[in-house]
Write a protein of this length. Structure first.
Length: 318
């Protein structure tokens, strides 16, 4: 796998005015209450994922840009998904439950509740993982740029609230950050299909989970360290790897459970590193952890802006 990385965020720029351009497809503020979690995987080879800037902010075979919220409460409050350009509703689905455990999800419905818009010049945009019952357009409706078409949910193949935004032209998948070279990355900014291109960050959080102790790195990579169930008398530890962090980044590690916050710890990262592994947790209280589900959260901030976020989940039971 090619491993040339951009460690400094640079501004991209839109294509010429005659090309169709997209606005942000979610009503949130990047760096404040949402962030871009994953980009399109432009590497055509299996198990060799790369984003458009030759970084690791993607997953193998990922076909869209994921705009993610930083908490689950936002789903209940309602965050609008917005039409990224004028168009017409081509297809939709609004029948799947919002289920973090993804029960009943297959490769055929992984997008969850969704809207597909047809635009001028053969473009299509897809909006996945919408909240059931929130879609407020019908097939054939005309929509304007920025018009709400539904709300962010937890339907389909997702364990956290986000909207997956996909772009096609004449049936071919495109990366809106690098539409002119869909199978090659570039370490420098390229022309995009965005009206206001979002800032790119190479920094990522990965291999996050709950464990009963500080795990070995190889166990975090393989998944052997990750617990889905734990006992009331066992310690709870949240672990993560931060990739391409910068001096001054702050890593906030927390866990909440049935009685509220179980623990929280902030770590100042003091030098740029390709890989930084951190973990924090607590021994069980004398009476044991309360039974139920616990959510771990790791947030990386830079100069007050949220750059990356990851969740972890464990159920405490006898």
């Amino acid at each position: 796998m090619l491993r040339t990385f951009a460690l400094i965020a640079c501004a991209a720029y839109p294509l010429a005015a005659q090309d169709l351009q997209f606005s942000q497809p979610i009503d949130c503020t990047l760096g404040a209450d949402c962030f871009i979690e994953d980009y399109v995987d432009i590497n055509p080879f299996e198990k060799n994922s790369q984003d458009h800037r030759c970084g690791l902010n993607t997953r193998d075979g990922h076909t869209g840009t994921d705009f993610a919220l930083i908490d689950f409460a936002s789903v209940e409050q309602g965050v609008d998904v917005l039409a990224a350009a004028p168009g017409r509703v081509f297809r939709l689905r609004d029948s799947m439950p919002d289920d973090r455990l993804q029960r009943g999800v297959t490769s055929q419905n992984a997008c969850g509740n969704a809207v597909i818009l047809a635009h001028a010049d053969g473009y299509q945009t897809t909006y996945c993982h919408l909240k059931r019952g929130s879609i407020n357009v019908s097939i054939g409706d005309s929509v304007e740029r920025g018009q709400p078409i539904g709300k962010v949910g937890l339907s389909g193949r997702t364990s956290h609230p986000h909207v997956h935004f996909g772009v096609k032209k004449d049936g071919t998948q495109l990366d809106p950050f690098r539409p002119e070279a869909n199978d090659q990355c570039a370490t420098q900014p390229s022309p995009t299909l965005w009206l206001n291109p979002p800032e790119y960050h190479a920094t990522i959080l990965r291999f996050a989970g709950f464990s009963n102790a500080v795990p070995k790195f190889e166990d975090t990579v393989s998944g052997a360290a990750r617990l889905t169930n734990s006992k009331p008398n066992q310690p709870l530890v949240v672990y993560v790897e931060a990739g391409f962090s910068q001096h001054g980044d702050i890593l906030d590690i927390s866990a909440t459970g049935p009685l509220g916050e179980a623990f929280r710890h902030s770590i100042l990262l003091k030098q740029p590193k390709k890989s930084t592994r951190r973990a924090f947790g607590k021994r069980a209280p004398q009476e044991g952890w309360s039974l139920g589900e616990y959510t771990g959260q790791i947030i990386l901030t830079r100069k007050g802006q949220i750059i990356a976020n990851r969740f972890a989940h464990v159920t405490v039971a006898h």
